[in-house]
Design a protein around this ligand. Structure first.
Ligand code: C5P
Length: 219
């Protein structure tokens, strides 16, 4: 299989995929695909009663994704809707939709279209196993559930959202179980993925490991 210039980063909720992706994109000038945001957008638009074809068109044409070092921002009809998409409630609905074949099929092409020869960092659950099987580098990033809940807690608090820690841990556990046990594209490390447990590591340490891999494979 011909390998393409993609760093695929998969892992459970709040394992640090987003922060790592942004650091890589910033350091190497790569584009970013936050595939979880697409599933969250799907949940958001289907709540507005758009059907699957309309959602597909809207995501491809009417939505802009702007990345900076802190976040990927989503603009819809001139308004930034990122904070809304980042709520745990939308995540729950996204996870329900993400188990459906037609939803995964419809988002597949959209995700492949994010490819840029200069380099793409793609984060999600099935980047290395399904969408970018041909990625040059595959990372499976994980961490203990307590550490992940703490990271998500701080992230949501920083966004000004109310958070209840026990409810957050329960939500994360439920969503991870659902994502790993579903029939289609379950959350799993690809056979050729580098597995990194970041429970005891700082973002800088994880970044440095990944940076070395990219330098070896891409340059
Ligand atoms: O990564 P994030 O938490 O934003 O993803 C929200 C939900 O979208 C996940 O819990 C998962 O159900 C779904 N998802 C997926 N495949 C991806 C990315 C996200 O099924 N590649």
């Amino acid at each position: 299989m011909k390998k393409i210039n993609v760093v695929a980063i998969d892992g459970p909720s709040a394992s640090g995929k987003g922060a790592l992706s942004r650091s890589i994109a910033h350091r190497f000038g790569f584009d970013i695909l936050d595939s979880g945001l697409l599933y969250r957008l799907y949940a958001f638009l289907s709540h507005l009663k758009f059907d699957i074809d309309e959602i597909n068109k809207k995501i491809s044409k009417d939505i802009s994704f702007i990345s900076d070092e802190d976040s990927v921002h989503v603009i819809y009809e001139g308004k930034e809707i990122t904070n809304h998409l980042r709520s745990e409630n939308i995540a729950k609905i996204a996870s329900e939709h993400s188990a459906k074949k037609e939803v995964r099929r419809s988002l597949f092409e959209i995700q492949r279209n994010f490819y840029n020869e200069k380099g793409l960092v793609a984060d999600g659950r099935d980047m290395g196993t399904v969408v970018f099987k041909d990625a040059k580098i595959k990372i499976f990033l994980t961490a203990s559930k307590e550490i992940r809940a703490k990271r998500r807690y701080l992230e949501l608090q920083n966004r000004g959202q109310e958070v209840n820690m026990p409810a957050l841990i329960a939500d994360i556990e439920k969503r991870d179980l659902k994502d790993s046990s579903r029939e289609l594209s379950p959350l799993l490390p690809a056979e050729d993925a580098h597995i990194i447990d970041s429970s005891e590591m700082s973002l800088e340490e994880v970044f440095s490991l990944t940076e070395n891999l990219i330098k070896k494979e891409f340059i």
